[in-house]
Design a protein around this ligand. Sequence first.
Ligand code: NAP
Ligand code: ZN
Ligand code: ZN
Length: 349
Amino acid sequence: MILTKAFAAFNSKSPLAPYSFERREPRPADVHVEILFCGVCHSDLHQVRDEWGGSMYPMVPGHEIVGRVLSVGSAVTRFKPGDLAAVGVIVDSCRTCSNCKRHLEQYCDEGAVGTYNAYERDGKTITQGGYATHIVTDERFVYRLSEKLDLAGAAPLLCAGITTYSPLRYAGVTKGTKVAVVGLGGLGHMGLKFAHAFGAEVTLVSSSPSKEADSKRLGAHNFLLSSDKNQMKKFSSYFDVVLNTVSANHDYAPYLKLLGMNGRMMVVGLPAEEPRVAPFDLLKNRRSITGSMIGGTVETQEMLDFCAERNIVADVEVIPMQQINEAYERMVKSDVRYRFVIDTASLKQ
Ligand code: NAP
Ligand code: ZN
Ligand code: ZN
């Protein structure tokens, strides 16, 4: 077994604290990765605090993982020791349902296996994530990473990156598409970068006036303060796509009103409470609301290759593991510029 040092949540109320556990020895299809950096996603915080229900403890969060391969099982073909490797939000799925066959494993009929806070397909073992020194993962759910990218900045691509890349691609965002990204946090700032890279006319809709300058630097052409009713009204029925990344409970109405003819709101933010939707807001302009969950294995690799080609990474604040609880407090206050990333060397001290 592989002794792994980590930080874990032991219940929904206490701060994260040091924890050691054992990873399995690599099976034939497994890749054993020494973790170098792990991003801090708002989903980590939702699950640590049991905001979605059903959290299991001790829980080692973290699903934005980059590192180097230490060893591989006998059947592994795409990795060798020393290679860079990345692991994202899911680590297994049934592989035989129609969604898995189309490499939409995140929508597996039997439920994809989350990187942490989930049962392995054996129904017994609980998965543990990337706030840790090592991970052992089946090759199908391990991605190749270019040596060209900044490693700390690349880690958030594994969740914040693919979660915004996939819906923007699915919505057919291209040159001239009018895209509004709601919320400038980890997901939102990647949404701005991708929408800009796809050639869209990009607007940030934010609750934080202080983020206007950064939004322009990150690729936005316009900035809309969501609390300014006049500005919001000026852009009513304007956008083709609204990418909603908001983590806190909120009303969909002001953002739906921004959508023009056949416009769609792509929902990726996952607040605990169910939103209220007024049918009149949907009927106007034949608007729709679509959810989107991370991305499948093929699209995740495509996104990483796209980022390597364009040198796209997240804007990160690198922290030692020991600062995770302060980072969570700042995340709740929308004070992230724009992703915390843990340097796991701090776990080895
Ligand atoms: P984050 O870094 O904390 O960013 C969330 C942003 O939402 C904040 O920076 C803030 O931006 C905005 N916001 C916060 N409270 C708000 C409020 N009351 N009203 C309006 N806007 C508010 O979070 P994240 O890591 O990007 O994650 C965002 C959400 O996506 C989370 O709920 C997470 O669980 C979910 N998620 C979903 C998937 C998926 O597969 N669909 C994957 C990953 C994460 P401004 O300051 O600009 O307003
Ligand atoms: Zn995430
Ligand atoms: Zn499946």
